[in-house]
Design a protein around this ligand. Structure first.
Ligand SMILES: [Zn+2]
Length: 206
């Protein structure tokens, strides 16, 4: 049987390699996912860990090279389009990799994250677990299944009933009407075309 090659960074004599873990933070729009990421980022930095933040180049809500929560706090982030670029752009000896808006990435985000974990990197991702139709969003359900660290499922306040039970992102058209099911899956925007809604008040026109 062919022996698996183990990188020098991971190996100490007589010891098995160390692996990182995957934490996943999910929730609808306005549930505080980016704030939750920033809270963790601050904790990692206080501990002196080397952290790199990535986001998708598609997310141009504020600035392409920063992650920003709706409360306008910002952190430097490296914007990438393809998951593989994370492996190319990561600096040496990183302890933690944070990926925001992970639902925008293609399916190869899964093997990329697995590679990071194999390199003893703690990976924290945040993203929307459901799309505007209320369906599981791209690779996020798979990431939830693969998480071996923390799983945090955040809720927002429903804009209709004002209860802290919103698990869905309601997309609205310019005329204020709910978006139809056949609308394109990805549409970037903050307050103007999305609202947090509970299951009862989430409407998709079919
Ligand atoms: Zn409601």
């Amino acid at each position: 049987m062919k022996k698996e090659k183990i990188s020098a960074k991971n190996t100490q004599p007589g010891r098995l390699p160390n692996f990182g873990v995957l934490d996943v933070i999910v929730g609808p729009m306005f549930s505080g996912k980016s704030e939750e990421l920033m809270k963790r980022l601050r904790r990692f930095k206080i501990a002196g860990l080397k952290v790199m933040v990535f986001n998708h180049a598609l997310d141009k809500r504020y600035a392409t090279n920063k992650i920003a929560s709706h409360s306008k706090q910002k952190w430097q982030a490296v914007s990438v389009q393809k998951p593989e670029e994370i492996l190319k752009k990561i600096k040496k000896n990183m302890d933690v990799v944070i990926i925001d808006e992970v639902q925008f990435f293609s399916k190869t985000i899964i093997p990329v994250i697995n590679q990071l974990i194999t390199k003893n990197i703690h990976v924290v991702v945040a993203g929307a677990d459901t799309d505007f139709r209320g369906d599981p969003f791209s690779s996020v359900p798979n990431l939830l299944a693969l998480a071996d660290g923390e799983v945090v499922k955040l809720k927002a306040v429903c804009t209709v009933c004002k209860k802290w039970n919103a698990t869905r992102s309601q997309r609205l058209l310019a005329n204020g009407q709910p978006a139809p099911r056949q609308d394109s899956l990805i549409k970037i925007g903050a307050g103007d075309c999305y609202q947090a809604r509970c299951r009862k008040h989430h409407i998709v026109i079919s």
